[in-house]
Design a protein around this ligand. Structure first.
Ligand SMILES: NC(=O)c1ccc[n+]([C@@H]2O[C@H](COP(=O)([O-])OP(=O)(O)OC[C@H]3O[C@@H](n4cnc5c(N)ncnc54)[C@H](OP(=O)(O)O)[C@@H]3O)[C@@H](O)[C@H]2O)c1
Length: 281
């Protein structure tokens, strides 16, 4: 199965489908990632906040797959936005993973009500990691249009990606449109709405028409919209199911029906980035 890649604005390429490890307990992470790599995934999305970077690195090393064949993303935790803290946190991320570089490093949340509203100096610090080669690409996560506009006005560096919540019940199209206009690739987190796509009659009907599962229909819908996805699962059969997306497609009518399920802000499963201010103890 060949996974398409998306070219980023810095010339690097990212596999459009990856494997997410949010909420996989650290002791179970290596096993899940090993299964994902064996199934064919070559893109893993982790974060310092998830506490499982170590297991991701272990699984990649023990797979025997060359480091440069796996695209690895991690993210700066909310308590480390100040430049000196961000530098130390990035070194810890590399230590935990056991790698001398990551393919992509993100600011996990903008936290506009923290740090006197300053996420700009944090972003400039990530640019240092890109300049010294330890982060091949850098980007942001959960940035709203206003946050992206501020980076554009105050810095020289355009994020390679913006990783935001998006799925059939929450399209997040204003943020996606800004990204498209400014060369920022959109990564859709919670792409199957934490599994809730399986409860939706429209998605189930499309799945029946195609002889596929609701998760596959939702993931294929994202792929056809051009976004990057990395569904999470600890269940081997689901890890494989979520990878099998490239031997079918949704027709225009099916894209429209799934696309008609947007509930706007009510469709979010996670917090609104404008007000989210969680800082780990
Ligand atoms: N940047 C951010 O702030 C942020 C926030 C959230 C997530 N993320 C990233 O995005 C990734 C994906 O998002 P997510 O983990 O929140 O949600 P998700 O991938 O939409 O859903 C994961 C849930 O769906 C279940 N599931 C997986 N495959 C399934 C299938 N084929 N059929 C039915 N249920 C299935 C999983 O259960 P089992 O595991 O029990 O199989 C799990 O409960 C994360 O792992 C993380 O890498 C980023």
């Amino acid at each position: 199965m060949t996974i398409p890649t998306i070219e980023l604005n810095d010339g690097n390429a990212i596999p459009q489908l990856g494997f997410g490890v949010f909420q996989i307990p650290p002791p179970e992470t290596a096993k899940a990632v090993e299964h994902a790599l064996a199934a064919g995934y070559r893109h893993i999305d982790t974060a310092e906040m998830y506490g499982n970077e170590r297991g991701v690195g272990e699984a990649i090393r023990s797979s025997g797959i060359a480091r440069d064949e796996v695209f690895v993303t991690s993210k700066l935790n909310n308590n480390f936005h100040r430049p000196e803290d961000a530098r130390a946190a990035f070194e810890r991320t590399l230590d935990e993973l056991g790698f001398d570089y990551v393919d992509l490093f993100l600011i996990h949340w903008p936290l506009p009500t923290r740090y006197d509203g300053d996420f700009v100096s944090t972003w400039q610090t990530l640019a240092e990691f890109k300049a010294d080669g330890r982060a091949r690409s850098i980007g942001v996560s959960n940035f709203q249009v206003a946050h992206l506009e501020r980076l554009a006005a105050e810095t020289e560096t355009v994020p390679a990606v913006n990783q935001v919540e998006a799925h059939p019940f929450f399209h997040n199209d204003a943020v996606r449109a800004y990204g498209r206009e400014h060369g920022i690739a959109t990564e859709a987190w919670a792409p199957i709405a934490k599994g809730k796509v399986g409860d939706d009659d429209t998605i189930r009907a499309v799945a029946d028409e195609l002889g596929r599962t609701p998760a596959q229909v939702a993931l294929r819908w994202h792929i056809q919209r051009g976004d990057i996805v990395f569904p999470k699962s600890v269940t081997p059969a689901r890890i494989e199911e979520n990878f099998a997306l490239f031997d079918f497609e949704l027709g225009d009518d099916q894209m429209e029906r799934v696309g008609g399920l947007d509930r706007g802000e009510d469709g979010r499963t996670g917090p609104n980035p404008d007000v989210f201010d969680y800082i780990p103890a």
